[in-house]
Design a protein around this ligand. Structure first.
Ligand SMILES: [Zn+2]
Length: 151
């Protein structure tokens, strides 16, 4: 299933799980062959699969964003290492302009991540592995950058 996490987070209060067959909104859907179906359509089409709830989807979006942010922290660490070896300003041998664009992109991703956290709190969903956040922030700060996720 494709998750448009940007829309998911920006429009979190309006997010719905919609059956891809009858287009009705449901709280819990069945994921079968890459499609989201309501129980009735899944049954009518003879499809079976795993249940998908709104909470599970948000959980998946959160993990997906953490994966991206971990990749970013990893890139900062590699860049930092190269810089120590005296190879280029940002250490990754990107043009400054491209590097700045990358930094901007991850700042926006951090903002999305914070927005997602607020959705979890608003809906009383427990945040999985809450220690992830401080580990991430430490990694970024160790590289001499700031993070919107804390200090
Ligand atoms: Zn349906």
């Amino acid at each position: 299933m494709h998750i448009d996490w940007r829309r998911e987070v920006n429009d979190a209060t309006a997010v719905k799980i919609v059956c891809e067959e009858c287009e009705q909104e449901v709280a819990v859907a069945i994921r079968a062959n890459g499609r989201l179906l309501c129980r009735a359509c899944a049954e009518a089409l003879g499809q079976s699969g795993r249940e998908v709830s709104y909470e599970k989807i948000l959980h998946q979006v959160l993990l997906d964003m953490r994966g991206r942010l971990d990749d970013w922290a990893g890139l900062l660490e590699r860049s930092c290492e190269l810089r120590r070896q005296g190879r280029g300003n940002n250490g990754v041998l990107l043009e400054d302009r491209d590097w700045n664009r990358l930094v901007e992109r991850y700042r926006r991703l951090e903002e999305y991540y914070l927005a997602l956290h607020r959705v979890f709190r608003r809906r009383d969903f427990p945040i999985p592995d809450p220690g992830w956040r401080s580990t991430y922030v430490e990694r970024v700060i160790n590289c001499g950058y700031t993070s919107k996720l804390g200090d």
